[in-house]
Each structure stands twice: as structure tokens, then as C-alpha cells.
Design a binder for this molecule. Structure first.
Ligand code: NAD
Length: 326
């Protein structure tokens, strides 16, 4: 069984450690908060505990390190773990600059280690159905994709709405379209804390001509977790706020009858919701990581997907700061 050490057992890390404990041998728990560490140490008595990350790295029996600490610490901790020869699962985003992520990917490749960013939504059974519809051409040619990730709160103070919320939608958009944007534009406003944008609108144009948009905000009356894909023949909506109808396929499209002399009409057919498996995305994600660790890293696709996301976030940040497309 793979021996795993986890750093960070906060708000999200506590979910991660539960699943790690079920799927692997939880060898260490590390958290700089001594009180929290003691609480989790008594919950998982089989694991050793420490406030010093370096302790995980000196244990030769640890195969993999899971990093679920705050975003600004990710790059440094992931780098130290890779340098110590450990496979790494790191929560999103693994780095806050494209160059840092490039360095992590190169390090993992050079050492033959797995580097997997925590892009949870790519393991959501509902989005897997959307991806399948796109890949098999069921929607026709895809024209545009847009994400809505809005709510009132959680108001973060060490990252803006683009980095905190946008990383989810961006990972999905790049995975669905399988290309990186040729143009990235972001506009936003920091209403609550200076320099930390609460509301961000992003526009992405891709070399194929497809476009994408993201509305990201923790200053909004609607709790929305939605992704819409508009194809030339069908359209599909993934709505994570729905309990039963997470995915809805609309047989709606424009059409141009031969007799209409260039005038477009619209066609509305069935609207249906395919059955979506109830599997927990976090469990599927960590199962995938452990499979990679067992099999060896292969083509490093997950690490490169993470690089594309960080690189695009970096460009959107440049646009946000300069007001110009990046
Ligand atoms: N995939 C998802 O859906 C999802 C959801 C929420 C958060 N996250 C990610 O999970 C990560 C953690 O978020 P959170 O909400 O749990 O944060 P949090 O602040 O609640 O918890 C972070 C924990 O890390 C500890 N910590 C800080 N620095 C450390 C260090 N150097 N070594 C060891 N422990 C350290 C803190 O004491 C705290 O217990 C973030 O990267 C966030 O982006 C992912």
C-alpha cells in the first residue's frame, strides 16, 4: 500500500485526509497549527504528527506527499517534496507564477515522479459526461464555453477571486477544449480589500476560433456553480447546485432552411438529463493519483494540464493589472 504524508488539515485538507486514510497508508500528518495537529493526531492514531514539513521528507518509507496548505506555500512545499524524491499531489493551484510551475514540472519529469495538481472538477462524474459529449461530437462543433462561479463569500484575503475561484473553471475549460488561449482578457474590481479583486470577468479566445468566459465573484446574491457549453447542434449545462439534474442537454440549435434565403431559424427539440453516478469526485481524484504513483508517471499529462492552467492564470493576472489583453 502506498505510504502517504499529508501537509495541511484545514477546512479542505480535512476532507482530503479522510479519503487518503481510506485509500492509502496515512503515515504522517503535518500542520503548523499545533492544536489542529493534536486533534487530527488523535483522530488518526496510526499516523505520526509534526509541525515541521522537513520531517516528512526525511522518512524514506514515505512514497508520496499530499499538500493541502494555503496557496502561497504550494510551490515551495511541492518543490521540496520532489527534490526529496517523493511523488506529489498538490491542491490547486500548485504555483502562483507560470515559471514556478514550469520548474515543478521539469523537476518531476527529470526525477520520474508524479506531480498532480488538485483539479477536482476534472473527476466530477457530471463533467466527465460533458467531456464525453464534447469529445464524441454530440454537440456538433463547439462555439463557446462559459462558467459562472459566484456566491456571497467566502471572502479570501491571500488570493483574489481569479486565483481562488477561476482555477476551477479554467481547468475545466482548458480540458474540454484541449488548447491554450491565444488571447486572455480580465477585468475586475477590489471593492473590499485593496489589491484583492472580489469580482472578475474573463474572456479567452482560442486559436480554433472558440471563445470562453468566466464570471468569478464572492460578492454576488446567487450561489452559482455552472458551466455551459454551446455547440452548433446541441447545448449542455452542468449545474453543480442541482441535486439530481447536474447535467442538462438541450437539443436547441440555429438552422438555415434552404428556402429561407439566408435567414436563420431556431430549432428546439428534447431537453433531457442523463443519469450521473453519485461517486465522490475527491475519492476519484485521489484514486487516480495513487494509480499514477503505482504505475509510474507516464506522459505527465496531469502536470502539463496544471502548467497550462497556471500559465493562463498568470496571463489573466497581467491583463487584470494592465487593462490590456495578454
Ligand atoms: N479542490 C477544492 O475543491 C478545494 C476547495 C477548498 C480549498 N482547496 C485548496 O485546499 C488548500 C487548503 O485550503 P483550506 O481551505 O483547507 O485552507 P485552511 O487555511 O483552512 O487550511 C490550511 C491548513 O494548512 C496549515 N498550514 C499552513 N502552512 C503550513 C505549512 N507550511 N506546513 C504545514 N501546514 C501548514 C494551516 O495551519 C491550516 O491548518 C488551498 O490550496 C485551497 O486552494 C481546494
Amino acid at each position: 500500500m502506498t505510504r502517504v504524508a499529508q501537509a495541511g488539515v484545514g477546512g479542505w485538507g480535512k476532507n482530503v485526509v479522510r479519503v487518503v486514510g481510506e485509500l492509502a497508508e496515512l503515515a504522517w500528518i503535518c500542520d503548523t497549527d499545533g492544536k489542529r495537529l493534536a486533534e487530527f493526531g488523535s483522530r488518526y492514531p496510526q499516523a505520526r504528527t509534526t509541525t515541521a514539513f522537513a520531517d516528512l521528507l526525511t522518512d524514506d518509507e514515505v512514497d508520496a506527499v499530499v499538500v493541502a496548505t494555503p496557496v502561497p506555500t504550494h510551490y515551495e512545499l511541492a518543490k521540496q517534496a520532489l527534490e526529496a524524491g517523493k511523488h506529489v499531489f498538490v491542491e490547486k493551484p500548485p504555483a502562483m507564477r507560470g515559471e514556478e510551475m514550469e520548474e515543478l514540472v521539469a523537476l518531476a519529469e527529470a526525477r520520474g515522479l508524479v506531480l498532480m495538481p488538485g483539479h477536482l472538477l476534472l473527476y466530477h462524474p457530471g463533467l466527465r459526461v460533458v467531456k464525453q459529449l464534447v469529445d464524441e461530437g454530440a454537440l456538433g462543433e463547439v462555439a463557446c464555453v462559459y462558467g459562472n462561479r459566484q456566491n456571497l463569500g467566502v471572502i479570501r484575503s491571500n488570493e483574489n477571486a481569479l486565483w481562488s475561484l477561476g482555477v476551477h473553471d479554467l481547468s475545466v475549460i482548458l480540458w474540454l477544449l484541449e488548447e491554450e488561449p491565444s488571447e486572455a482578457v480580465a477585468h475586475g474590481m477590489d471593492y473590499l480589500q485593496e489589491g484583492i479583486e472580489d469580482v472578475v470577468f474573463c474572456f479567452l479566445r482560442f486559436p480554433s476560433g472558440r471563445v470562453a468566459h468566466m464570471h468569478l465573484s464572492w460578492l454576488d446574491p446567487h450561489k452559482m456553480r455552472k458551466m455551459t457549453v454551446v455547440g452548433r447542434e446541441k447545448m449542455v449545462v452542468f449545474d453543480d447546485m442541482e441535486l439530481e439534474r447536474k447535467v442538462t442537454v438541450y437539443e436547441k440549435a440555429p438552422w438555415e432552411p434552404a428556402s429561407s434565403y439566408g435567414e436563420w431559424r431556431t430549432r428546439t427539440g428534447d431537453i433531457f438529463s442523463p443519469k450521473i453516478a453519485n461517486d465522490e469526485p475527491l475519492r476519484l481524484e485521489l484514486q487516480h493519483f495513487l494509480r499514477l504513483v503505482q504505475a509510474g508517471p507516464g506522459d505527465h499529462r496531469e502536470a502539463h494540464d496544471g502548467l497550462a492552467v497556471v500559465r493562463t492564470l498568470d496571463r489573466l493576472t497581467t491583463s487584470l493589472r494592465t487593462g490590456a489583453p495578454a
